[in-house]
Design a protein around this ligand. Structure first.
Ligand code: SF4
Length: 427
């Protein structure tokens, strides 16, 4: 049996903003791509040896062969990839090849995805993968696959990251999974919808083994849930960081502003190899009111102190600021810039809130009839795809551009790059 995995292309943040692009290129922000999602390397790792598995990384420009004779094409996508995923799926199916779709977007909109696929995987792919393979062999593929239990992350394999062609990318980093699930339910986040409302932790020893076997010395923990201030989450992360001490690695952590206000905590993270803290604002309750007209001086200062605490521990703070939320007014742009100035943030990105399917904000926009179009390739946080409440679409685009230009005005690239090697960010 032969399987072709496909990672569809998606438009980067600034792809539709040529004016910004030329100004910001030297800062190497807004235009980089993360290492690819782990979804396909995980499926490759879970596939029995008697099945041939290959990948086409459409995102890095690998050519697609629609006439290839394979038993199954598997496409995993998040929303900015969905348009392209559907186009590719339709082309294969036109030639009689079976296609299965999975990932964040098909999980949120399975009926829509089914229009382009023989099967749709809803939720986590790992527990249903053996059943899907078995059905492909027997020619009895089902319309939908959905695991009703709770997938135990102790069973999570070491992903076959090497299926992605390294020579097509310049990065030296990859993603490591630590946790799944989240009960917090931030307005713009699809995680609780895809992974459920319970924290699940991958055993620390498995994470360490994964890190040891990787050919990368830099990696991303994109699960911002490890940074949440709950006791279990803190204990888990500190335990991991104790074990990564002395491994000569560089860890790019992600978080919201719901973090522990304790300098010692960040010193321990630094000792474990943490080098950068990518922090998204306005999703969570700590930063939600920060840019309100009536934000208290104490809260403003609390958030500044948190940023400085992380920087003082030797971890580079990378702020990610969104605009266009219903509870923001147009003055938010100046307040974000003032905050960056007050907190001495030297690396930041800016985004327009996007009503991703399955998120609380997406569901609300859908209900209120505010979705402007479903050209998902434009749903990449760099375009206005819904009707904002307190901006016109043009005003929101203009404020978004202003944030980028004002923040980087007068900054020299060497002061703004993240502590990662430039090559890891510059595809
Ligand atoms: S942004 Fe983080 S904390 Fe908020 S719902 Fe998503 S995973 Fe949970």
């Amino acid at each position: 049996m032969k399987i072709r995995l496909i990672y569809p292309k998606f438009r980067k943040f600034l792809e539709d903003q040529p004016a910004l692009r030329s100004t910001l290129e030297k800062h190497v922000v807004g235009d980089y791509t993360m290492p690819p999602s782990l979804a396909l390397p995980i499926l490759a790792a879970l596939t029995p040896d008697d099945i041939e598995v290959n990948i086409t990384d459409d995102n890095s420009g690998m050519p697609l062969d629609f006439d290839e004779k394979v038993d199954l094409v598997v496409i995993s996508c998040f929303t900015p990839q969905a348009q392209r995923a559907y186009e590719i799926a339709d082309e294969f199916r036109r030639r009689g090849t079976k296609v299965a779709l999975g990932g964040i977007h098909p999980t949120a909109l399975p009926e829509e995805a089914k229009l382009h696929a023989d099967s749709v995987c809803i939720g986590e792919g790992e527990p249903v993968w053996p059943e899907l393979l078995d059905d492909v062999r027997k020619g009895t593929m089902k319309d939908f696959y959905k695991y009703d239990g709770v997938y135990d992350l102790a069973k999570f394999p070491i992903p076959k990251r090497e299926i992605f062609p390294r020579d097509r990318y310049k990065w030296n980093a990859h993603i490591v999974l630590t946790m799944r699930g989240c009960p917090v339910n931030c307005a713009g986040c699809p995680i609780p919808g895809k992974e459920g409302p319970m924290f699940r932790f991958r055993p620390v020893e498995n994470v360490v083994e994964d890190i040891r076997t990787m050919p990368y010395r830099e990696f991303y923990i994109t699960d911002d849930t490890v940074m949440l201030p709950g006791k279990r989450n803190q204990k888990y992360l500190l335990n991991l960081m104790e074990k990564t001490q002395g491994m000569d690695i560089s860890i790019f952590l992600a978080s919201t502003m719901m973090m522990v206000p304790d300098p010692e905590f960040y010193r321990k993270l630094k000792a474990g190899g943490a080098s950068s803290m990518y922090t998204i604002f306005h999703f969570d309750r700590t930063s939600k009111d920060l840019f309100d007209m009536n934000c208290s001086k104490e809260h403003w200062q609390y958030c500044i102190d948190l940023v400085r605490m992380i920087e003082d521990a030797g971890i580079h703070f990378f702020g990610s600021f969104g605009i266009g939320f219903d509870d923001q007014d147009r003055g938010v742009t100046d307040r974000i810039l003032r905050f960056c100035d007050d907190a001495k943030i030297d690396l930041a990105e800016f985004f327009i809130i996007t009503p991703f399917p399955g998120t609380p904000f997406g569901i609300q926009c859908e209900k209120e009839g505010r979705i402007l179009h479903r050209n998902y390739s434009m749903w990449n946080h760099g375009n206005v795809v819904f009707q904002p409440k307190n901006w016109t679409c043009e005003e929101l685009t203009s404020d978004y551009q202003k944030l980028w230009l004002e923040f980087y005005k007068g900054k020299e690239p060497e002061n703004t790059l993240s502590s990662f090697d430039v090559n890891s960010l510059s595809l």
